[in-house]
Ligand binder design. Structure first.
Ligand code: ADP
Ligand code: MG
Length: 328
């Protein structure tokens, strides 16, 4: 690891590593290289903007492979766009690096641009500074005017759904931190690590949900916290049937149900979508999920009583041990 690289200043880094995509979108009038980018929002579309910061040791373990850090920094942002039903378009990257490490930068960019290229996202600017390792990625997406998904539209009687399986990333993190409480098969562990390091944002499915969902959010802080945001914004409550929850218990038979529920409810880092659909539209949802090859599970129902009720298969109430990650 080089602590200082006299042959590579800030502008060399930008040109060599961050500017390598070139112009790839017609709606980018000016990209990297000027004081600011100039972008063209198409007629009849709304601009959707989200930003997320990743700090070493807080959002990812310090020894996370740099390609995974680059991938995840963009993925968590695309997940926010997916939850709004937006089509990704552009990104900016503000990065603080402790030192210049060419191999690290090359790997970071490999991960970042693999996902950017997959979704036709162009990196259109950023900022590069020296400091503790952290990065903020801002993404910009597009929506047909007035058609975004929001947290606030859930209505009493709507069904509550989640994509994928919850708790896998949290299991991987517990394992990395040595808090593993049981032996997990190697292939299951690998799958969990992949979920932690390279979450797949549900972009295509989010777009299709625009026709259908009354509310949506991406699950980044744990289901209890994130579904809680839908309930607060919509002024409703929900009854969740834990027996329906897609958890790691499907992969690890030895896992106690309470442990699997805890990971799913408060683990976080899932980047799945939680959303509500009117009861009479459930059949249409099945079609969309099939087309997008996304596994969707109904986990409960929206109710008028403004609380989140977690019900065990035996009818008793479940109290999660934590309510999701909070910075403050
Ligand atoms: P200024 O000093 O005018 O803010 P900079 O010297 O910081 O400009 O950046 C020069 C150009 O490089 C700008 O277009 C900026 O957006 C881009 N840039 C800087 N850092 C990054 C980065 N990490 N990723 C992508 N673009 C970057
Ligand atoms: Mg300037």
């Amino acid at each position: 690891v080089t602590t200082q690289d006299p042959e590579l200043d800030e502008f060399d880094i930008i040109g060599r590593y961050f500017g390598r995509q070139g112009l790839r979108r017609a709606d980018v009038i000016v990209g990297i290289g000027d004081d600011a980018a100039i972008l063209r929002v198409p007629e009849g579309q709304d601009l959707v903007v989200a930003i997320d910061t990743l700090i070493s040791g807080v959002h990812f373990p310090e020894d996370t492979p740099p390609a995974c850090i680059g991938y995840k920094a963009l993925a968590v942002n695309l997940s926010d766009l997916a939850a709004m039903g937006a089509v990704p378009a552009w990104a900016t990257l503000a990065m603080s690096l402790p030192h210049v490490d060419r191999a690290w930068l090359a790997a970071f960019c490999r991960g970042f641009f693999a996902l950017a290229d997959e979704y036709d996202v162009q990196l259109i600017g950023g900022d590069t500074t020296r400091g503790p390792l952290s990065m903020s990625v801002q993404v910009h997406g597009l929506l047909p005017r007035g058609h975004g998904l929001r947290r606030s539209g859930a209505r009493v009687g709507d069904r509550v759904f989640v994509t994928g399986r919850l708790g896998e990333a949290a299991m991987a993190l517990q394992w990395l931190q040595g808090r593993r409480q049981l032996a997990v098969a190697d292939d299951v562990l690998r799958a969990c690590l992949e979920r932690l390091n390279r979450p797949r944002p549900r972009v295509e499915f989010g777009l299709r949900l625009r026709e259908l969902a009354t509310s949506a959010i991406d699950v980044s802080d744990g289901l209890v916290a994130d579904l809680g945001h839908i309930l607060t914004a919509s002024g409703v409550g929900a009854k969740i049937d834990l027996g329906l929850l897609p958890t790691l218990a499907e992969l690890i038979p030895e896992l106690a149900p309470e442990h699997a529920w805890d990971l799913a409810l408060s683990g976080g880092d899932d980047y799945e979508l939680c959303f509500t659909v009117a009861a009479d539209r459930e059949h249409a949802l099945v079609d969309i999920a099939t087309e997008c090859k996304v596994c969707v599970t109904r986990i409960g129902e929206i109710v008028a009583d403004t609380a989140l009720r977690l019900q065990c298969p035996d009818g008793s109430r479940f109290e999660p041990t934590a309510t999701g990650y909070r910075h403050f």
